[in-house]
Design a protein around this ligand. Structure first.
Ligand SMILES: Nc1ncnc2c1ncn2[C@@H]1O[C@H](COP(=O)(O)OP(=O)(O)OP(=O)(O)O)[C@@H](O)[C@H]1O
Length: 251
């Protein structure tokens, strides 16, 4: 697998307090990576640097984009904004869905912002909602959905543009454990299950354990970087029924 995102000697401070203190990390295309660590250890700061939401004070973030290698850390705000819109998708704990719009409109909007016509955007949006088990709920406003359904709308919205890298910050943070497992099924299936890369920040060991790789931060540094069992790549409900090879090949 090739590296899709690479950081070298990443530093970021807020005032005098360092949030990242020298992070070297290579993320491979198509893998699922959970970033864990205590509160304040720098997880969100790292995710935001990787995604070009903020720029580091020092060090580099490289991205093997569809049009060739790019250095995100050297881009200006408008270049990063375009990169985020065209290449990345985001799923956060809450707050990114517009409550006054329907599920369909929330997903379609991501495409319309990139210039797709409303009719075409709504066709793609409906396909994504359906693939995430939300057929029939397209016209519901976000407040009329359960937390798990709303997160699946957010997953659809993050991916409808064809983004190859999905960043998720506490995507299950507001959900009970059963719903959290279902949302992780949907998230893994629709990202790494389709060859995309998933970078996920979580406090929840059960959620992190569903990812292929665990990176742990402490005081802005990586203190552990592991690749747990390959089986953990897969949605739990697929494990007993099918051998690993057949599941991977069928995706
Ligand atoms: N915008 C900001 N202004 C000032 N300090 C900040 C800002 N964002 C983060 N920090 C500080 O940087 C450090 C790392 O924060 P970060 O949010 O990256 O940690 P985290 O591991 O994601 O924490 P949590 O699990 O609580 O979300 C913390 O000490 C935090 O208080």
């Amino acid at each position: 697998m090739t590296n899709i995102l690479s950081t070298r000697n990443l530093h970021k401070s807020y005032g005098n307090s360092p949030a990242l203190a020298g992070v070297d990390l290579d993320l491979r295309a198509g893998e699922s990576v959970a970033i864990m660590g205590a509160s304040g250890s720098g997880k969100t700061t790292l995710l935001h640097c990787l995604a070009g939401i903020i720029t580091p004070d020092a060090g580099t973030v490289g991205f093997a984009g569809p049009s060739g290698p790019q250095t995100i850390s050297a881009m200006n705000e408008s270049e990063r904004s375009r990169l985020r819109r065209e290449c990345f998708g985001f799923v956060f704990q809450q707050g990114l869905l517009l409550p006054e719009l329907t599920a369909l409109e929330n997903v379609a909007l991501a495409l319309m912002l990139g210039g797709t016509s409303r009719t075409q955007a709504e066709i793609y949006a409906a396909q994504w909602l359906s693939s995430l088990g939300l057929a029939g709920l397209e016209q519901r406003r976000i407040g009329e959905l359960s937390g798990g359904q709303a997160q699946r709308v957010a997953i659809a919205r993050a991916q409808v543009t064809g983004a190859g890298v999905i960043f998720a910050d506490e995507p299950t943070g507001a959900l009970d454990s059963k719903t959290s497992a279902e949302v992780m099924d949907a998230l893994l299936d629709s990202t790494v299950g389709r060859g995309k890369t998933l970078v996920l920040v979580t406090h929840d060991a059960a959620v992190a354990g569903r990812c292929a790789r665990l990176v742990e931060l402490r005081d802005g540094r990586i203190v552990r970087d592991s690749a747990p069992l390959a089986a953990q790549l897969l949605p739990a409900q697929l494990l007993p029924a099918q051998p690993l090879d057949s599941v991977q090949l069928s995706r």
